[in-house]
Design a protein around this ligand. Sequence first.
Ligand code: HEC
Ligand code: HEC
Length: 381
Amino acid sequence: MNSRLNLMASLFLLITLSACLKDNVQLKSYTQDELSVLRQYLDLPEEVYNYAQPQLPEHMQNGGFGGTTITNHGATLGRVLFYDMHLSADNTRACASCHVQAHAMADVSARSEGVNGNQTDRNALAIGNVRFYYFDRGFFWDERASSVEEQIRMTISNHKEMGVDFELLAQKLEALPYYPILFEKAFGSSQITSERIADALAQYVRSIVSGHSKLDYAIEQDLASKWWELESADLPSLTSQENRGKQLFMQHCSSCHGNLLFLGKPIANNGLDIEYTDQGVGALTGNPSQFGLFKVPFLRNIALTAPYMHDGRFQTLEEVVEHYNSGIQPHPNLDPILKRADGTPKQFNLSEEDKQALVAFLYTLTDDSFLKDPAFANPFK
Ligand code: HEC
Ligand code: HEC
C-alpha cells in the first residue's frame, strides 16, 4: 500500500515538475544579447506572439485533435523555419514560397516551382485549420502522410520541392546564428535535431488557424450556440443572396466539404475526368476502386486560393460551380452523392442567379484578418 502511495506521490511530483519545466521554456523571453543577434536577421517581437491560445470563436474552441502541444516559442521557431530558404538544397525555396500568406497559404501557380527549376506534380494545398483534422484525415491530395510531421519530412526531402537530406539539415542550420537561440527557447537546449525541426514546423503549421470569416461571425452572432440550425436557418448577418447560396451549399456540397462546424468526407471522386492522368489515392495504392479519388479540401478562404483542384485546372469559383452544375463526368468511382439513381452523373441545372448565390456564399468563407496577421508573416529582414 505504502509503496503504491509513494509511487503515486512521485508520479504527481513528476507531472507537476514537468509542467513547470514546460512553463519555464515557454515563458523565458530573450535577453538583450540574444535580441541583438536575432535582430540582425529577423524581425521578431520581444514578446512572442500567442500561437498556443489564439482568439477563436466559440464554435472553433473544441476540437484540435492529436499532435504536439503548441508553445509560443515552438511555433515562433516553426515560423522562422517556414520562411527560411536554407531549408532547401539550393537555398532558393522556403515552405512559404509555395504556401503564400496573401493567398491563404496556397500558391497562385497550378504547379509550384521547387528546387533546381523542378515543378511539383500537383497544386499546392492551402494550409489552415490542420489542427482540427480528425484522426482519419491524412495530408496531401492523396493523403499519403498520416501526420504533419511525416508530411514535413516528405516535403523537405522531396527532390522536386526542397531536396534536402532531412538528417543533414540539422547540421546545415547549426551554422546560422539565430537557430541556437530559437531552439533553446523552444526546447530548453540549443541542440538542433531533425525531430525538433519537424516538431517546431508542425507546431507552426498547426497554429495556422483562421476563424474570422463572415460566416464565422454570422454563426456567432445569429445562432447563439444553436449550431444545428446552421444547415437550415437563414442567418440575418448574411445577405439574402448569401443565404440562398448557403442553402444550395448545404444541399449539394456540405456532405463532402463539411460546413464550418463539421468535416465532411476525407476522400472522393468528384467527376473531373473520365480518364484521370493522375489517379490520386489510386496511384498510391494501385487499387482500381480508388482511381481518381482525391482529398476533399477544406473550403475556408477558398476565394483566395485559385487555381482549383489537384491540378489547378479551374481559375475561378464560377468555373468550379459550373463543373458541378453541368460538367460532372461519368467514372466508375464517381461518388454516389454526385450520381442520379440510374448511376449517371448529376446535372444540377442551377439558374444563373443560383450559381452566383453559391459563389457569393463561398466568399463568406474569406477571413481577411488572417492574411494580415503578423504572427504568420515573413519574419526575415
Ligand atoms: C515547391 C513547393 C512547396 C514547398 C517548398 C512546400 N510545399 Fe507544402 N505543398 C506543396 C504541394 C504541391 C502540396 C500538395 C502536394 C500533394 O498533395 O501531392 C503541398 C502540401 C502541403 C501540406 C498538406 C496540406 C493538406 O491539407 O493535406 C502541408 C501541411 C504543407 N504542404 C506544408 C508545407 C511545409 C511545412 C513546408 C516546408 C517544410 C512545405 N509545405 C513546403 C508545395 C510545397
Ligand atoms: C462527392 C464529394 C463532393 C461534393 C458533393 C462536392 N465536392 Fe467539391 N471537391 C471534392 C473533391 C474530391 C475535390 C478535389 C478534387 C480533385 O482535385 O481532384 C473537390 C474540390 C473542390 C474545390 C476546389 C478546392 C481547391 O482547394 O482546389 C471547390 C472550390 C469545390 N470542390 C467546391 C464544391 C462545391 C461548391 C460543391 C457543391 C456544388 C462541391 N464542391 C461538391 C468533392 C466534392
